[in-house]
Ligand binder design. Structure first.
Ligand code: GLV
Ligand code: MN
Ligand code: MN
Length: 403
């Protein structure tokens, strides 16, 4: 089955009829359908499929005589809420198509190849980005993960059970750096770097440090009509000023700050709210710049809360340090192609590749041009021609690493 046919197969799964975006949250029916699709597509290719208790998948190509640490490729199939089609699935479908292309080219790997699918990369359901790879790498203990709850209060352990999965003791895969010689994740670019350079594919140099921080502002619920403005403890005001301050500080520091998720209690039109929770997604070019951005926003939020008569709790829900991908591997992948060297570019988006790199696996990423740079949106796009260039680039890369 060609790349185009696989892509067409996935197009309707989890797609919203109203927005055209995707809701492929982990351990829901759409995501389960995608995992089943992957298992079938891998089996059709003679790949041996392994699934752990979370639903992380590995599809193995182990030709006779192949030995030593494996080359890992792949990406994720889950999406953000109302996300695009490409973030994640492009890397998975391209990996399967690259296996086909290597077969056509008569490539005989001397090492095993695994196509991986990591669950809950986006953290859209349980709030923690790269949940599947963090557990696999052993950097998040299962005892802690099992306590995570989704927006409806469902525990991770119960969500897994509901999806016919389950993690008894540990979800960790052992020493990843012994098992995998390297990891190459292909991904749609989530900015405009490749468009500006006129290149269809590029190689990642590293990932900005980033984190998610929950800001809980607590005030006093009261009547919207009878409560004088000066008598209120309104957490919405503290939150609103914090969102504006975060944007200003990020602009000044050439960093990023986003409040993309807010919960208001009780969420009634005619009552001053009792509580507002906003989640800050913050990213910066260095760990110290990230820390000072979050400190600065927290300081302004605290000052404003004290003026409003509200209280503030800030919780870091996940923080990922700077990732510098293996320089030698990136250079080897990027150099010497018919179209010239591929550009090596940084990214401010998070990826499972960052978790594997931190776990000691030499890791690289290939990016495929995105004509608008828009991502985490139904408008995310890559042309079919560029996707096919990406498949061929991934096959070239894997061939270099496997033979
Ligand atoms: C994941 O795509 C992220 O950057 O949050
Ligand atoms: Mn994403
Ligand atoms: Mn992604």
């Amino acid at each position: 089955m060609s790349f185009e046919e696989m892509w067409a197969d996935l197009a309707p799964v989890g797609r919203s009829a109203s927005s055209g975006g995707y809701f492929r949250q982990p351990w829901t029916s759409a995501e389960t359908e995608l995992r089943e699709w992957f298992r079938a597509a891998a089996s059709d290719r003679g790949l041996e499929v392994e699934q752990d208790g979370l639903g992380n998948l590995l599809a193995w190509w182990r030709p006779d005589g192949a030995s030593g640490p494996a080359v890992l490729t792949g990406s994720h199939l889950d999406s953000v809420l109302d996300g695009g089609a490409y973030d994640g699935p492009l890397g998975v479908v391209s990996a399967l198509a690259a296996v086909d292309l290597m077969h056509e080219r008569g490539v005989v790997p001397t090492r095993p190849l695994a196509v991986g699918v990591f669950v809950e990369e986006e953290g859209s359901r349980f709030g923690l980005a790269c949940l599947g790879s963090r557990l696999a790498a052993g950097v998040l203990p299962w005892e802690k993960a099992r306590e995570l709850r989704d927006r409806d209060g469902v525990f991770l352990a119960d969500a897994l059970e509901g999806a016919g999965l389950g993690v008894a003791d540990s979800a960790a895969w052992g020493d990843l750096s012994a098992r995998f010689g390297c990891f190459v994740e292909l991904h749609v670019e989530q900015g405009r770097d490749l468009v500006d350079r006129g290149a269809a594919v590029g190689v990642a140099s590293g990932i900005w440090p980033h984190g998610r921080y929950r800001f809980d502002f607590t005030g006093e619920a009261n009547h919207a009509g009878t409560t004088r403005m000066e008598d209120r403890s309104d957490p919405m005001l503290s939150y609103a000023m914090t969102a504006l301050a975060a944007a200003k500080q990020a602009r000044l520091a050439e960093a990023r700050a986003t409040f993309g998720r807010v919960e208001v209690a009780p969420n009634g039109t005619n009552a001053v709210p009792s509580r507002v929770t906003g989640w800050l997604d913050a990213r910066a070019g260095s760990e110290s710049a990230l820390a000072s951005l979050v400190e600065g926003v927290t300081r302004q939020a605290t000052e404003r809360a004290s003026r409003d008569g509200t209280s503030l709790d800030v919780t870091a829900e996940s923080v990922s340090g700077l990732v510098s991908f293996d320089v030698g591997l990136a250079a080897r992948i990027a150099a010497d192609h018919a179209t010239g060297d591929w550009p090596v570019i940084p990214t401010a988006a998070g990826h499972d590749a960052g978790i594997l790199a931190a776990a000691g696996v030499p890791t690289a990423m290939l990016f495929v041009r995105n004509p608008t740079g828009i991502s985490h949106s139904p408008a995310e796009h890559a042309s079919m021609a560029d996707c096919l260039v990406g498949v061929s680039a991934l096959a070239d890369t894997l061939e270099r690493l496997l033979t």
